[in-house]
Ligand binder design. Sequence first.
Ligand SMILES: [Zn+2]
Length: 163
Amino acid sequence: MPTTNMPNRDHNTTALDDHLSVTAILRYLAALLAGLLKDNPEWERERRHLQECRLCADAAAEHLGHLLWDSPDWDLLEPGEFARRAQDVWITRLQHDDRAPMREAAALQLGTLEPLSNHGFRVLLDAAVADRDPEVRFAAAQALRSALDSEDLLSRVQLAAGS
Ligand SMILES: [Zn+2]
């Protein structure tokens, strides 16, 4: 989550340490959802920053997810498409984030997604046995249990084992 509070309309800097404020991200997403971004130079700084900064791009993806979940009016994605994209975000974070608390949070989020893909299942399994941080291993195991609660346990394990 970006922590700085940059003025939203500062076009003079593209330095990556000047992260987008939450307000700036929400305004950008609102413009995106309203179809106002295309070829609009007003949003150039935000667009460029989101292309270059994974932290802010992740934050934007999370906010977008909440916006889409919380509003019945948005019908932008195919059924299942949001779940797939959210899953990709969490899988990437669980596999590649250097910070253990972020991996732990990603593992727990994966456990709440339905349906969990076989890929997501394998990634959780990997994290549960092989992550270097015990908290992350515990969170991944917990997430696996909650994912399996709603599925046929045996078939999932067989799929994960590649049988
Ligand atoms: Zn940033």
